[in-house]
Design a protein around this ligand. Structure first.
Ligand code: CO
Length: 219
């Protein structure tokens, strides 16, 4: 284990290393942020957002929670999306899950997990929406991996259901939403090829918050 005091030493070394690499490092750090990406990922300590994408401070706005969920009544994630999309004008929103996600595993365990029950219930709902496909996977490991992917897919849809994303997209063509999975065994990111435009159209049939679909119909 790294001693607690060491963290401050690490921090000083991090500053020194970065300044040595780039003399403007602190100048840049203290300027206003203009990230083009919003990353929504799992809190899991093995999935460090900036590192896996090779991005520097200032380049990605990050939100992490247990099992990378986008829940419409969670003020935290909704505030993050709203701020990133409407004010920072990020061009891409990435929902990133990871295989072997403890949150996803826990969600499917028949145990009372206390305060985690309502949170992880969202994953059981993802299972219910894709029950037929998942029930047909006999290998337990493969089933969990697929559930991780489908959870990312459903959270991408949840991002699209927000007024912030719908309105900004109509106005500027951004942001676009992407679904990824991080593989702990290889360290590689997998793009799930989430079809943003088709999904937006599909979602807006029921979740249109802009009157856009109605206006299109009346044209
Ligand atoms: Co996780």
């Amino acid at each position: 284990m790294i001693p607690y005091e060491q963290l401050f030493e690490n921090n000083k070394k991090w500053v020194a290393d970065n300044v040595a690499k780039n003399a403007d490092f602190l100048d840049k750090l203290s300027r206003d942020q203009t990230p083009e990406y919003l990353y929504i990922g799992c809190s899991d300590s093995r999935v460090p957002a900036n590192d896996i994408m090779g991005l520097e401070p200032g380049e990605v706005f990050v939100h992490r929670n247990v099992a990378n969920l986008v829940v419409s009544i969670d003020m935290n994630v909704m505030s993050v999306i709203n701020y990133a999309v409407r004010h920072l004008k990020v061009k891409h929103v990435i929902v990133c899950g990871h295989y072997n996600c403890g949150g996803v595993k826990a969600a499917m365990t028949p145990t009372d997990l206390g305060i985690l029950n309502p949170w992880l219930r969202n994953i059981r709902d993802v299972y219910r929406l894709h029950e037929e496909e998942l029930d047909n996977i006999t290998d337990e490991h493969a089933k969990y991996n697929r559930l991780v992917e489908l959870n990312v897919y459903e959270q991408c849809l949840n991002v699209i259901k927000t007024a912030a994303v719908q309105e900004e997209y109509i106005e500027s063509g951004y942001p676009r939403v992407h679904g990824w999975v991080f593989d702990l065994k290889t360290g590689l990111l997998k793009d799930l090829q989430f079809d943003f435009e088709a999904s937006l159209k599909k979602i807006q049939k029921l979740y249109d918050l802009t009157g856009f679909m109605k206006a299109q119909k009346n044209k």
